[in-house]
Design a protein around this ligand. Structure first.
Ligand code: GLC
Ligand code: GLC
Length: 815
């Protein structure tokens, strides 16, 4: 329990006990096509599929105070106005609680004896969110009050919405029917969709003009209509349409009123657009409101949200892991973050505005690694969508828009690690499902419209791309960057208005990446294993050859003496070498060379990890990205040297790459180290929330490192590859339950003092209950494996026989 809140593990909730958290603490609502961001004070916004092209409610990033727009309820009680979520009025409350649960947020505020509870969620497979409201009189006297709802509509295209007021201030249109407010801007022209904001009970007033409800010279903290206790029943013509309802209540002592608001995105489909000239056909909107006007439907929908998460999480559960942080992360919150990163990639969070980056090619491929066990069908579709943004020469669009699934031409390609990640995601999908038919699925290339090339073709194209594009040392060319988007070895930018990542001529450049070489080793090994699994031995041998060749190159060219060099710049000078003044040791090349199997027979892999330990790691914050940070801007290195020392890619703790080192330690049986490192970046284990500031239940992309003036400060939570990779590290390498092509592999690496643990894993239709025992106090090594009472050799669970759907596995670790 900290000053700000605590984990309620039984209910899978994080409970926030005061509204003024060090930063807004966010939750994610929705996991199909309708999404909402929701903070502990009900801040945030909603969108359908694509936060840029279908933004439903408005949000102003980079504002002050932070996090001002949202799903607000105002209470007017006598002369006092307040919000159950504290903001925007910030009137002190007598009690406050926010429960961020899985797919829902429940905010409860109390003042003057009146309690208002606002439960927000998105029902499964519906394009809407529900706010279930309970108003309770906790006193012995009758209470009279007015309640106001409030959202501000966005004109769907979120960038235009915040830049083009000469147009947008003239286009706003709404209709009002009873308790329903219809936002229908641009509906008369090309849009065939609208937004409904309705209340399930009769209302005593409404507003749709922001100028009328809030007032031109007022703010959301003191809206005119609320101060006066009376909506104006305004209809918006242009300017800024909002949705506000007024509900007057007189509550008897102890009484409770319950009702709901519904915010829905409605596509008309084939229905006639209009009921009469200028009048929207409201058939669907009316149906939605009628459906949720029955509060039993609301409760059923909420139960469905909870049930869905219970089902999803039951696929991997390890209820008695000795370490409480690892336990709650692996069982609950890490998987929740994997869902969010899969759904939103790098598009929408408290730090990603929804109008900047969309789906990242490398990012989404990695997100699949931590998600595929939850909903393999969706992972399959995503892999094919991603692959179809690859070009036939092997390059890839670095980002694409979720709605159109088309690559973003302004960013383009030329990030030379991108193609290889497709192999990791595909292998992970096949390991989970055994379904190799995905390789025959047609996905085509972005530059060959209508082409029917299959996924396996893309995979071979990716391998060939790396093999073909190599530099003077025989290492892969880096292009604009590799995993480290800020290592821009071809940028040479002197203009502050240029993009580091897109500037620079990469054609003919000689800059090389050791990280890509390591990633290639990993991908090639995966592909060879896949071919073997498919019985295609010739292809496996061919790919083994590529592997051996790249391995030789890495060992001959990239060993710096005590660690692996990071790269060679455009002039052929090493980056991440003892000969460098700054940036001598980098984490990524240690990680990927080790994961790719380099240094295994010559002791270098262990040394590489020891270099990380010596130069980059602290137990309080994790591993910095490199050492020492760059103190000056280096023309030949680009953005990596642009950040102040200790932040972001300039020697910040970039959580994502830490997880690779966690896996690295498990490869050497270092169970203590793996757990210690794991805990060093684990949000649940952060002790001082005034220092860490970010959410304690999800990973942040970055923590300011020991080299910064603000060590330990977390930033950019939710959308980071740390989500997927941490789950892989914890579930597959530390607890060691790892899908493989031929079945489930059991290979834990734990602290010696752990006596054991249990994992329940649903895998290819079978429920495995795996009991791991550690009588000899070892870290690694399966001594015996007993499957349904029968001893099995090795550590791979054979496919279940005789149609059994529940299998008991007893694992004994030891020498
Ligand atoms: C907008 C445009 C301007 C155009 C005018 C009339 O003000 O900025 O270029 O002439 O509309 O269409
Ligand atoms: C960001 C990007 C990711 C990149 C990382 C390191 O998280 O989304 O693609 O790998 O930064 O630069």
């Amino acid at each position: 329990m900290s000053t700000y809140g605590y984990f309620d593990d039984k209910n899978r909730e994080f409970v926030i006990t005061r509204p003024d958290t060090p930063l807004p603490w966010l939750n994610m609502l929705g996991q199909d096509e309708f999404y909402g961001l929701c903070t502990q004070t009900a801040g945030g916004y909603s969108f359908w599929k694509d936060a840029r092209l279908r933004r439903l409610t408005r949000y102003r990033y980079n504002n002050n105070p932070m996090d001002n727009d949202g799903r607000f309820l105002y209470v007017k009680q006598g002369r006092t106005i307040w919000n159950p979520g504290w903001k925007p009025t910030r009137t002190p409350l007598d009690a406050f609680e926010c429960r961020h649960g899985l797919g829902y947020t429940r905010i409860t505020g109390r003042k003057g004896g009146v309690e208002v509870e606002q439960l927000m969620f998105v029902p499964p497979n519906e394009n809407l969110e529900v706010w279930r409201i309970a108003v309770r009189n906790k006193t012995k006297r009758p209470q009279k009050l007015s309640l106001f709802s409030f959202v501000e509509f966005c004109f769907y295209e979120a960038l235009n919405d915040m830049t083009n007021y000469q147009r947008t201030y003239s286009i706003g249109e709404v209709e009002i029917e009873g308790s329903a407010i219809y936002h229908k801007t641009e509906y008369r022209e090309r849009r065939n969709h609208y937004t409904l904001f309705g209340c399930t009970r009769p209302v005593d007033g409404h507003d749709t003009s922001r100028d009328q409800f809030v007032g031109v010279h007022h703010g959301l903290h003191d809206p005119q209509a609320v101060l006066e206790g009376k909506c104006r029943n305004s209809r918006a013509y242009g300017w800024n349409p909002v949705g506000a309802h007024q509900i007057d209540l007189t509550l008897k002592p102890g009484a409770e009123e319950m009702f709901a608001f519904v915010l829905a995105y409605v596509e008309q489909g084939d229905l006639p657009k209009f009921a009469a000239p200028f009048v929207l056909n409201k058939t669907k909107g009316r149906q939605i409101l009628a459906k949720y006007s029955d509060l039993a439907t609301v409760d059923t929908a909420f139960a469905a949200v909870k049930q869905r998460w219970a089902d999803l999480l039951s696929i991997y559960q390890s209820p008695n892991v000795p370490d409480e942080h690892l336990r709650r992360m692996v069982n609950t919150w890490n998987q929740v973050q994997c869902m969010a990163t899969f759904n939103l990639s790098r598009s929408t969070s408290g730090y990603e505005t929804g109008i900047g980056r969309g789906m990242g090619y490398r990012d989404s491929n990695q997100d699949i690694l931590g998600f595929v066990h939850l909903l393999p069908e969706r992972a399959r579709q995503r892999i094919l969508d991603i692959a179809s943004t690859q070009l036939s020469d092997g390059t890839c669009f670095h980002q694409y828009q979720p709605l159109t699934k088309k690559g973003n031409a302004d960013v383009g390609g030329g990030f030379n690690d991108d193609p290889l990640w497709l192999i990791l995601s595909t292998a992970a999908y096949i390991r989970e499902t055994g379904d190799t038919t995905i390789l025959d699925a047609a996905c085509g290339y972005a530059d060959k419209p209508g082409s029917k090339d299959v996924l396996l073709h893309h995979i071979e194209t990716s391998i060939a791309y790396t093999l073909k594009n190599r530099g003077p040392h025989g290492l892969p060319l880096i292009g604009h960057a590799d995993w480290n988007d800020c290592l821009n070895l071809n940028c040479f930018s002197k203009e502050p208005n240029e993009s580091f990542q897109c500037t620079g001529d990469i054609a003919g450049s000689k800059a090389e990446s050791v990280m890509i070489a390591g990633l290639f080793l990993y991908a090639a090994r995966d592909l060879a294993a896949l071919y073997r699994f498919m019985g295609r031995n010739d292809d496996a041998l061919r790919v083994d050859g590529y592997y051996a060749d790249m391995l030789k190159t890495v060992e001959e060219q990239a060993w710096d003496g005590a660690w692996y060099t990071r790269a060679f710049d455009a002039a052929g000078h090493p980056v991440g070498s003892k000969s460098c003044k700054e940036g001598k040791v980098f984490i990524e090349s240690q990680a990927w060379c080790v994961l790719g199997g380099a240094g295994r027979n010559n002791g270098r892999a262990k040394k590489a990890l020891q270099a990380v330990d010596k130069y980059l790691y602290t137990s309080e914050h994790g591993c910095a990205l490199q050492y020492p940070p760059y103190s000056e801007y280096h023309l030949e290195l680009g953005e990596v040297s642009s950040y102040p020392p200790g932040y972001k890619e300039n020697a910040g703790v970039f959580s994502h790459n830490n997880t690779w080192i966690h896996i690295g330690w498990t490869m050497f049986g270092e169970g203590e180290k793996a757990l210690e490192y794991y805990l060093s970046i684990c949000p649940s284990a952060k002790k001082d929330h005034d220092v860490y500031r970010s959410e304690p239940y999800v990973y942040a992309q970055m923590t300011a490192s020991q080299f910064s003036p603000t060590p330990g400060e977390g930033k950019n939570s939710w959308l980071t590859g740390t989500g997927a990779w941490s789950f892989v590290a914890a579930s597959q390498y530390m607890l060691g339950i790892r899908p493989d092509f031929a079945g489930l592999r059991i290979d834990p690496c734990i602290p010696k003092k752990w006596k054991g643990f249990t994992v329940k894993r649903r895998f290819r239709g079978v429920e495995y209950t795996i009991e791991v025992k550690n009588p000899q106090g070892v870290s690694k090594g399966v001594k015996s494996l007993v499957v349904d009472g029968k001893k099995v050799a090795g550590n791979l669970l054979p496919p279940s026989s005789g149609g059994r759907t529940a299998v008991k596995v007893e694992v004994t670790l030891g020498a």
